[in-house]
Write a protein that binds this ligand. Structure first.
Ligand SMILES: Cc1cc2nc3c(=O)[nH]c(=O)nc-3n(C[C@H](O)[C@H](O)[C@H](O)COP(=O)(O)O)c2cc1C
Length: 170
């Protein structure tokens, strides 16, 4: 059913980080975002590609506008452009307080279809934006911890078990 309480705000910006600091800056942003967004029931996605960000936020309108004010003052990115701010019916990222997506093959494919050599978010059409967001909602998170390799202690334990089996063989 249509829920007028769900608002969607999407903007793009240019990263102000040197490439060398980018990983740490993105880690910090995601950590801050996931805490604040969880507390305010904000969900969404942050995409990074070719030194640009594209972020889509869904939640309560007042909370999103308050967050956008903070985002505009953040020196880690510049040249923010609001791409859309509107009521929506469908939660796109309801599993995520901030999903993180990068330029992966499926997204590259879509850009090639649009004959876009490099990701340039500032002039996306409404249709392109909708298509991109819908793709962001299904591709995997770039730092999904559930896909991380097992912790080192687990691997060491397995190695010890293997050695022990070899020693105990007749
Ligand atoms: C590209 C980008 C995306 C961000 N996304 C969020 C977000 O979704 N939620 C959030 O709380 N902060 C996010 N931040 C961080 C905020 O800009 C800000 O640093 C944070 O809300 C703390 O602000 P405060 O110290 O004024 O409370 C983002 C920053 C950048 C550069």
């Amino acid at each position: 059913m249509f829920s007028p309480a769900l608002w969607q705000l999407t903007y793009c910006s240019t990263s102000a980080s040197r490439l060398h600091d980018l990983r740490k800056d993105v880690d910090d942003i995601l950590r801050e975002a996931r805490i604040f967004n969880r507390q305010h029931r904000i969900q969404g996605v942050l995409f990074y590609g070719n030194h640009f960000f594209l972020q889509c936020l869904q939640g309560n309108r007042a909370d999103l506008e308050m967050l956008y004010d903070k985002l505009q003052k953040d020196h880690r990115h510049i040249q923010l452009k609001l791409l859309e701010s509107r009521a929506v019916e469908t939660p796109l990222f309801d599993q995520w307080h901030m999903k993180y997506v990068v330029l992966e093959p499926k997204i590259q494919e879509l850009l090639s279809r649009w004959q876009m050599q490099l990701f340039m978010p500032y002039n996306l059409s409404e249709t392109q934006l909708a298509e991109l967001l819908s793709l962001f909602s299904v591709v995997r998170d770039a730092v999904d911890t559930s896909r991380a390799p097992p912790p080192k202690t687990g691997r060491i334990l397995k190695a010890l078990q293997w050695v022990s089996r070899q020693l105990n063989q007749p």
